[in-house]
Design a binder for this molecule. Structure first.
Ligand code: SF4
Ligand code: SF4
Length: 543
């Protein structure tokens, strides 16, 4: 076995990628990512054991976020960039050690590497399989994956100028706990739930950052056709990058289209003032393999999900920023004032042909918490009159495997008196179907990006209050969630920490769950997988 990774839903055979990632990650990148995570554990050990004040080490906090984010599925394939980040983290670590000279530290805080070969050798000893007990390994990795998702959302909030030092403190505590052989399985289960609690805080922080800067999402019809100008496609979650790109393309004759998880940017009032913000091109992240061909212009990845491009022609049009990276693709760094210079992308766009139209019409979204609260009377009346029998939270991810067709079929076959609440890439499996409305309430309410699953939880808690229920699980809401990568792991842990039970998770349960840990999730939280569409609908509808 040359590498081992089982952090995403598409992991080989549902158990682990051992030779090369299904995502395209090679052995070297996988190992360097393992070592990068290990460096964050070493820093955490110094911070926690040395009782360092996290408010006094902010550059370190930010680089820990970035390091964890870099290791998320599909975010960064650039071995050179990861090697640089490892060296940077070791440098920070060694500086921090000078502040805690009387504290006894473990290997993660002490190891040294001199070159790529020694990094790879070290990585072979500190990866996932270095924890021998499969239950402890499962819990440790679930915590790490939750932290990766948390780091991603916290990093986006930071880019908009919002941070929460309690989240940094928790990230350090949890990272150290994954090195602690004295912790029992029960203690690790408790820490997993605590990770979910801080996941709620991270998503709330990002919600506050996004809405305070860009306004509350509002019901918006988004063009999915194309115009005749040359254009740039922007993907990922980073609204700060989008804002800078829109500012820099204003008046240049270059349009900007969103792809995949950037679609919900159209729902924010601030972005509507840009005449060149033309619409959304294509569908979910994995569809990029064909959609980038016909888009013709340059593409900016602000986060995951990158699929290694099929051709050199497409690779030459890809730019990355933030935690994302791909070998040979220009990476755009912020200057000391946070400004990113996108002029190279804009110049390339000017020389490109306009995008080829692959579909036409529009899709509607923008049903985050504030907008749904504005419709609360209508929604409550529809529930009381029986016009809406049940809500289905179908948030989460999309993926390239055929098994995801389950979600399209599920949405199509749901009874007409049900409403789908969605957020994240999962929506692309049914957001272009004509599922109609119930008394003017669309049957698919899209809250936004996967972090906006927080919005769906806020809506559920508000409905609990309106209907004066003791338990959020008494609401007529069913959860049929799709997952793919680690941001979805933190969303899941956040929902569990809010007391939401009986979540169905698919298309397959995580490969990182050992049989015993899976049993705990089933017994304590009613977590279940998915089966056949007709059977599942009957089950959910209580028939
Ligand atoms: S991220 Fe997923 S597909 Fe990629 S190597 Fe890991 S488990 Fe495999
Ligand atoms: S919805 Fe899932 S696949 Fe899409 S960006 Fe979020 S976590 Fe990743």
């Amino acid at each position: 076995m040359s590498m081992f990774c089982f952090q995403c839903q598409e992991t080989a055979k549902g158990t682990g990628c051992e030779i090369r990632g299904v995502c395209g990650k090679n052995e070297e990148v996988a190992k360097l990512q393992d070592l990068l995570v290990y460096t964050t554990k070493g820093i955490a050990e110094i911070v926690v054991k040395g009782k360092l004040d996290v408010t006094s080490i902010n550059e370190v906090n930010h680089q820990v976020l970035k390091s964890l984010f870099i290791t998320i599925t599909n975010a960064n394939f650039d071995d050179g960039a990861i090697e640089i980040q490892i060296n940077k983290m070791i440098g920070f670590r060694n500086e921090l050690k000078k502040q805690v000279s009387n504290v006894s530290l473990g290997d993660a805080a002490e190891f040294e590497v001199s070159d790529r070969a020694s990094m790879l050798e070290k990585a072979s000893k500190v990866g996932v399989l270095s924890t021998e007990n499969e239950d402890v390994r499962s819990l440790r990795e679930m915590i790490i994956y939750g932290l990766k998702g948390m780091a991603a959302y916290t990093d986006h909030a930071l880019n908009i100028g919002k941070e929460n030092f309690d989240i940094y403190t928790f990230i350090y505590e949890a990272l150290v706990a994954t090195l602690d052989d004295s912790l029992s399985a029960d203690e690790l289960v408790a820490l997993t739930l605590k990770t979910g609690e801080f996941g709620v805080q991270a998503m709330a922080l990002l919600d506050e950052a996004n809405t305070s800067k860009y306004g509350n999402p509002e019901i918006t019809s988004v063009n999915i056709g194309v115009r005749s100008n040359p254009a740039i496609l922007i993907s990922g979650h980073d609204l700060a990058d989008l804002e800078q790109l829109l500012e820099q393309t204003k008046g240049t004759g270059v349009d900007v289209y969103t792809h995949s998880e950037m679609l919900p940017a159209h729902y924010y009032p601030v972005f509507k003032k840009y005449d060149n913000f033309a619409g959304n091109y294509g569908g979910s992240w994995w569809a990029q393999v064909t959609e980038f061909e016909t888009f013709n212009g340059p593409i900016l990845f602000t986060t995951n999900c990158i699929v290694p491009p099929r051709s050199e022609e497409i690779r030459k049009r890809i730019f990355t920023s933030g935690a994302s990276g791909f070998p040979g693709c220009p990476h755009i760094e912020a200057d000391e004032n946070g400004k990113k210079d996108f002029s190279a992308i804009i110049e390339m766009a000017k020389q490109s042909k306009p995008p080829v139209e692959i579909e036409s019409g529009s899709i509607v979204g923008g049903f985050a918490h504030n907008q749904v609260f504005a419709l609360a009377d209508k929604v409550v009346d529809a529930v009381k009159s029986g016009a809406i029998k049940k809500f289905f939270v179908m948030a989460g991810c999309d993926g390239r495997m055929k098994s995801r067709e389950y979600y399209t079929e599920f949405a199509k076959k749901l009874p007409k008196d049900t409403v789908i609440l969605t957020a994240g890439c999962a929506k692309y499996r049914y957001n272009k179907l004509d599922l109609g409305d119930i008394g003017g309430i669309p049957r698919v309410l899209d809250a936004g990006q996967c972090n906006d699953s927080y919005s769906l939880a806020v809506i559920a808690l508000k409905l609990k209050e309106i209907f004066a229920l003791k338990d959020v699980n008494e609401l007529p809401i069913a959860y049929n969630i799709a997952w793919y990568e680690q941001k979805a792991v933190i969303v899941l842990l956040a929902l569990l920490s809010l007391g939401i039970k009986n979540i169905h998770l698919g298309p397959t349960l995580p490969g990182f769950l050992s049989p015993n840990v899976a049993k705990v999730l089933v017994e304590k939280f009613g977590i279940a997988g998915v089966g056949q569409v007709d059977d599942d609908i009957k089950l959910f509808m209580g028939e």
